[in-house]
Ligand binder design. Structure first.
Ligand SMILES: [Zn+2]
Ligand SMILES: [Zn+2]
Length: 195
């Protein structure tokens, strides 16, 4: 099989199984795991799939993932605002926005979370939540959870954004702390965590 054919086959398999082990792909395709890693690289880069512990998962706009809405506050999830946690048990948790995603993220240990994914607020590009920057206290209201947290892939875009709409730019860790402190000062929020 040519690499392009294998990639096509990997896409079919991942659509079917949602998540699959590298070792299984290696068996299915009759190539080494190293070759599988090389084959899936472009699929990870273009956001089709997500790397998990020992395997891959469908990044997917698959509606079934969103059936129950945000895992934390049960709002309907729009892909553009969605924040996803890929867990070490191969579960994918989807949240309505970075607010809920970060709050849930804080409840989990580092070993639980394989990957955290969000979308650049301007371009919609999939980006790692750890590397993203976050705009808070801005005047633009996206009508989701408060305090609002908007992710950006590039710090320079976030800076330009706050020039127009106001607010401040934070790193992942800073946004975590800021969110917690704002919640403690009694800002109203979609979720009390008591549901
Ligand atoms: Zn939510
Ligand atoms: Zn939300």
């Amino acid at each position: 099989m040519l690499p392009v054919e294998r990639r096509h086959r990997i896409k079919e398999l991942i659509q079917q199984f949602k998540s699959i082990k590298i070792s299984d792909l290696s068996t299915q395709l009759g190539v080494s795991e190293m070759t599988v890693h090389r084959d899936i690289k472009p699929l990870i880069e273009d956001g089709t799939i997500i790397k998990t512990f020992g395997g891959i998962s469908l990044a997917s706009n698959d509606q079934t993932v969103y059936q129950n809405g945000c895992k934390l506050c049960h709002r309907t999830v729009e892909d553009r605002m969605a924040y996803r946690l890929i867990l070490s048990n191969h579960q994918v948790e989807t949240f309505c926005c970075a607010h809920c995603g970060i709050l849930r993220h804080q409840q989990l240990s580092d070993e639980d979370v394989v990957q955290a994914i969000c979308h650049d607020f301007l371009t919609g590009t999939t980006t790692s939540a750890y590397h993203a920057v976050y705009v808070m206290d801005t005047s633009l209201d996206m009508q989701c959870c408060k305090p609002q947290v908007l992710p950006f892939q590039w710090g320079s875009h976030a800076e330009k954004f706050v020039t127009g709409f106001g607010g401040d730019v934070y790193s992942f860790n800073e946004a975590n702390e800021r969110l917690i402190s704002q919640m403690h000062t009694g800002a109203d929020c979609c979720s009390t965590g008591e549901e």
